[in-house]
Design a protein around this ligand. Structure first.
Ligand SMILES: [Zn+2]
Length: 274
């Protein structure tokens, strides 16, 4: 009986410690909206310089080996691609293939204000876009090991990533995040540590904030009812309260819309969940 307990204890230690010691590591899915994880034969602790379609790519080290996490845009056509690894001798292509993926269509009814925009609202969206995109697509050369990812809200996944969206019968942009339904006021936690790079009330996204985790990895949280005491420039840790669930902007009920971006590409947040 006693020896049994000791064995169970040793097993748990062996099993739990490596998982606990590891930081965030997404699952690989080489499809539009997925992530290609490419190994880079570069030694040393200086992060390699890798780019894809002109954008710098996130790199991370695991057991002394460097890897590039290439975000694959949702509108990428299936086929053969290559990321570029910058070496002293020149660029080295890192080839990979992207397979097709069929995302289902989703029909939603929303306030007509969000489908046929007034001139005033259209102007507002045009003003807001560069601010949001600039924050989501930024590359800050801040390289630090990241801890395990915290799911920002517990709840039902009410609308998966990638769905083709039809609002009031009219096709619109695909769903570039994951919706998690939760009661109004539910705390929202930062998925990973980083710096707040956008915090505002936007037309479509409602009360929204962007956290920049460094090296082109960013997260976006939309439709909040309220923000925690944060401002652009605030540093947050993983699991820190950043706001509360709401239904502001183009939304059909209280939920969190959560987006993850790599090298300017929106990728499926579920790939980051343990
Ligand atoms: Zn959404």
């Amino acid at each position: 009986m006693r020896i049994h307990r000791v064995l169970v204890g040793v097993f748990l230690l062996l099993w739990v410690v490596p998982v606990w010691a590891q930081g965030v590591w997404p699952k690989e899915e080489r499809v539009p909206g997925g992530i290609a994880i490419l190994s880079i034969p570069q030694r040393g602790d200086a992060p390699p310089w890798v780019s894809f379609q002109g954008q710098r790519v996130f790199v991370a080290q695991r057991q002394g080996q460097w890897f590039a996490w290439v975000g694959l845009p949702l509108d990428l056509s299936p086929g053969a691609y290559a990321a570029q690894w910058q070496t002293r001798e020149g660029e080295v292509p890192l080839p990979f293939d992207v397979a097709p993926k069929d995302y289902p269509a989703q029909h939603l009814d929303v306030d007509f204000r969000y489908v046929s925009l007034s001139a005033e609202d259209q102007a507002r969206v045009q003003r807001e876009l560069p601010e949001l995109r600039g924050a989501m697509d930024a590359f800050r050369p801040v390289h630090r090991p990241l801890p395990a990812l915290v799911q920002p809200v517990e709840g039902r996944f009410s609308s998966p990533f990638g769905f083709r969206r039809v609002f009031n019968g009219q096709p619109r942009n695909p769903h570039t995040g994951l919706d998690i339904a939760a009661p109004q006021g539910t705390p929202i936690l930062a998925a990973l540590p980083g710096r707040v790079t956008a915090l505002n009330d936007y037309f479509f996204n409602g009360k929204t904030l962007v956290i920049d985790h460094g090296m082109g990895l960013t997260s976006l949280y939309c439709h909040l009812s309220e923000f925690a005491e944060l401002a652009v420039g605030s540093e947050v840790s993983a699991g820190q309260l950043i706001g509360r669930v709401g239904s502001t902007g183009r939304s059909t009920g209280p939920h969190l819309h959560w987006t993850m971006s790599l090298n300017g590409a929106r990728v499926n947040p579920e790939l980051f969940l343990p």
